[in-house]
Design a protein around this ligand. Structure first.
Ligand SMILES: [Zn+2]
Length: 236
């Protein structure tokens, strides 16, 4: 179902991620336009359910795709920029990352947790804005290189209980200081356990932690994805 829902997004987002055109396969099973033409010519029923979307397509992760909670901080003023910089509170990511996060959600649920997102894909022009404020590569990636968020392969997230209350992770999201580091251990047992639970879930599905930010995880191999600079806009 997710793959079918994602079709709208691949068509739309082909315009926003520069590499996307290269990532959509010309193979009939992966190209809905091709299937439509094929149908007209030979009257073969389109196999819509079997359409596959490329792993590198950008799609929207929605709350109902798992037991997810979206708390997209940059679509509010509650962030270190003190400004609402996304029009809409959407979590856009490469499909491979979405697939892994759906597995992560199932793992989290088995342990009585839900995954709460703070940020997903982030346009490069927002990265530049962040870099102007926090000129420290431990916490904000230099836009000259680009963040894996700009590539649609990183997430900022935490765990919540099943009622949606975020667990205590010792600091707030975007706390730029040593207390947010994984190797900072002067924290309560509960906080250390909560961070460990998040790390275990995320690494089990192919994400890599970042020492300086307990909330940040990058999908393995996502450094190779191309940068995106299109704003996060609302549906019409
Ligand atoms: Zn991050």
């Amino acid at each position: 179902m997710l793959m079918v829902k994602g079709i709208n997004y691949i068509l739309y987002l082909c315009f926003i991620i520069s590499s996307c055109a290269n990532n959509v396969s010309d193979r009939p099973s992966e190209n809905p336009l091709f299937i439509e033409e094929h149908h007209q010519e030979e009257d073969i029923k389109p196999m819509v359910d079997t359409i596959e979307i490329s792993d590198t397509a950008i799609i929207e992760l929605k709350e109902e795709d798992g037991s997810f909670l979206l708390n997209m901080k940059y679509a509010t003023e509650d962030n270190f920029l003190k400004e609402k910089v996304y029009d809409c509170a959407k979590c856009l990511l490469r499909k491979k990352a979405v697939d892994a996060l759906i597995k992560a959600s199932a793992l989290a649920e088995q342990k009585g947790y839900r995954i709460m997102f703070f940020d997903c894909y982030r346009p490069l022009y927002i990265q530049e804005k962040m870099w102007e404020i926090v000129n420290d590569p431990r916490y904000v990636a230099n836009p000259a290189k680009g963040s894996i968020h700009n590539r649609g392969g990183a997430v900022d997230l935490t765990l919540a209980d099943m009622e949606g209350n975020a667990l205590d992770m010792g600091t707030k999201f975007d706390h730029f200081g040593k207390e947010a580091h994984h190797d900072y251990l002067e924290l309560s047992e509960e906080v250390l356990k909560n961070r460990e639970e998040l790390k275990n879930i995320m690494t089990a599905v192919g994400f890599i932690p970042l020492n300086s930010e307990w909330w940040h995880y990058s999908l393995e191999g996502a450094r190779n994805y191309s940068l995106g600079n299109t704003p996060i806009v609302c549906d019409e």
